[in-house]
Write a protein that binds this ligand. Sequence first.
Ligand SMILES: Cc1cc2nc3c(=O)[nH]c(=O)nc-3n(C[C@H](O)[C@H](O)[C@H](O)COP(=O)(O)OP(=O)(O)OC[C@H]3O[C@@H](n4cnc5c(N)ncnc54)[C@H](O)[C@@H]3O)c2cc1C
Length: 564
Amino acid sequence: MPAHDVLIIGAGLAGQRAALAAAREGASVAILSKVHPVRSHSVAAAGGINAAINVADDWRSHAYDTVKGSDFLGDQDAIEIMCSEAPQEVMHLEHIGVTFHRNERGELDLRAFGGASMKRTAYVADITGQAILHVLYEQLMKHHETVDRYEEWFVTSLVQDEQGSCCGVVARDVRSGRMETFHAKNTILACGGAGQVYSPTTNALIVTGDGIAQAYRIGAPLMDMEMVQYHPTTLVENGLLITEGARGEGAVLLNSEGERFMEKYAPNKMELASRDVVSRAEQTEILEGRGVGADGSGIWLDITKVPRKRTLEALREIVNIGKDFAGVDITREPIMIRPGQHYIMGGVKTDIDGATSIEGLYAAGEVACVSVHGGNRLGANSLLDTLIFGRRAGEHAARRAQTIPMPDAADAQLREDVAMIDEIVARERGGGRRVSEIKAELGATMNEHVAVYRDEAGLKQAHEIVRRLKEEAKSAYIDDRGTVFNQDVLGAIELGYMLDCAEATVLGAIERKESRGAQFRTDYPERNDEEWLKHIDISLNGDGPQASYSPVTITQWQPEERKY
Ligand SMILES: Cc1cc2nc3c(=O)[nH]c(=O)nc-3n(C[C@H](O)[C@H](O)[C@H](O)COP(=O)(O)OP(=O)(O)OC[C@H]3O[C@@H](n4cnc5c(N)ncnc54)[C@H](O)[C@@H]3O)c2cc1C
């Protein structure tokens, strides 16, 4: 039976960084992922990673921009840590082999990104996530004696001992269907976000909120779940992302009247205001009849403003995306985009070392909410979040491991999960709805009612639908009854995770009766610091979800009106 000091669930940037940090502290480490590590969703990250490495910059300026971007909901102690440790982390990446773009003087080049008061985004063309992920994976190979890799293993549950501490997980080998209990002194969730709750989304099919739901089910509170980021530039056809790097390089947004409408909404930062502001501006233009395209649901993104040579060099991936997925040569004509679901600011509530309220359970990366993003994440701050808090969680967990014996988890959870999978496989075909149908209705519902603009009636309707879908999911049937690479059965389990995440998101959005960051309530259009400068925590108590509040940590920046 596998037993480790530190068991990491997820091999994206947060997971791999945590594994390397824990290994360097001398812990025995395992990293487990439902897909091959370099297929983790971090591979899609495009535009770059923020760090105040320019000599004219200062981490405090980065921190202030992040606090302001968060609409003052971010916890400032965590933001200070992230921004002050950023330069060292980016230099570390460079030293281990990430080929960041350099300027003609040979210095690390930095590009502009939304909400930033100066250029501070280091990048590798528009494949920054891929570049970092592959280098970290090489580093993991170096540590093969201390880091065991379980690739294509799917975690079904977290395991608790009698005191309620987390002492490992139950997982299924995707290749064979074999189930096993993994014992661990510490478990770090690095399972990514929950973008697939929405349709369309920029997120890959694997981003289904597994870790968020698993932690929630054993009692860990979820924080800021109502804060869901809609990215301003996603393809109208299918929701694929056109990186903010395009606007950073000089691309502009135009409505049907050819007007550069951001002048009205953010006269100083224009297209490089924070994402919540730009997405809302676009949605307003569309709702007021100035959208483009056959049904007026799009906006033009004009990248022809960027010199063609520069686009082909620094934005080459979106050149391909434009051609392959929209039939548009972005170097010669505008491309039609609109706001689309991209990121969740909320997740499993943690402290600044990634520790959750459950002893022995950590979380880092998009699965977690240490609350560095608050109500709205600044572009290029997520990669940073994954690396800084992945490392801190790995180090903390490794040190904790030195102080406790290896737990001996019983196999009750294993038996329960085997029975749960047998029950899904045995469901009568046609006895309920298909998993895919329920998922499609969930995605459409969230995109209609829990999107850029929200109101009480729409949110309540969404909640009713989510509750009905939860019932229907209990009898949702699958086609594949086999054991080898049975993605069908995993899809049914993931549906349950997504429904839990959706319910927490909707409840948080109903609860927060104000507009802040990504949550814009048309029935409460103002930010209300007096009543709502606080986090909403959603916990599973007894039978159902319950909301409670926790304070926002303010160190040096008092809330003020946000203007771009
Ligand atoms: C198109 C796109 C572009 C982006 N560009 C940028 C950018 O330029 N800059 C930036 O800062 N941010 C960017 N982001 C956001 C950023 O990429 C993500 O927030 C970040 O990479 C998440 O990393 P992670 O390590 O938390 O999770 P992920 O990379 O999503 O990894 C999750 C891991 O968990 C594993 N896992 C999940 N569930 C299970 C389970 N049940 N059992 C076992 N394993 C499991 C997966 O296999 C995977 O290994 C972008 C996002 C998208 C969608």
